[in-house]
Design a binder for this molecule. Structure first.
Ligand code: FES
Length: 67
C-alpha cells in the first residue's frame, strides 16, 4: 500500500528502511527513501509507520533474547 502518493513510496519500503538501514526518524528515513518531499501530506502517516515498525522490532528483539 502506498503511504506517499507523490513519490510512489510504499509501506514496505518504509519498513525496510527502518529495519535494514536503521532509519529511526523522518530525517534519516529520507536519506534512504524519497518521501514527504513534495506536498508533505504523508508525513504524519510515515512518522507513525516508523514508530510502529520500531516498536514491533523491539518486541521481536525482546522475544529473541527471552528464547
Ligand atoms: S503524499 Fe508524500 S509528499 Fe505528497
Amino acid at each position: 500500500m502506498y503511504v506517499c502518493i507523490c513519490r510512489n513510496v510504499t509501506e514496505t519500503q518504509v519498513r525496510e528502511a527502518v529495519v535494514r538501514h536503521g532509519a529511526c526518524n523522518l530525517r534519516t528515513l529520507r536519506k534512504r527513501v524519497d518521501t514527504c518531499s513534495q506536498c508533505g501530506k504523508c508525513a504524519l502517516e510515515v512518522k507513525t509507520l516508523i514508530q510502529e515498525t520500531l516498536a514491533e522490532n523491539a518486541v521481536l528483539e525482546q522475544q529473541d533474547m527471552a528464547a
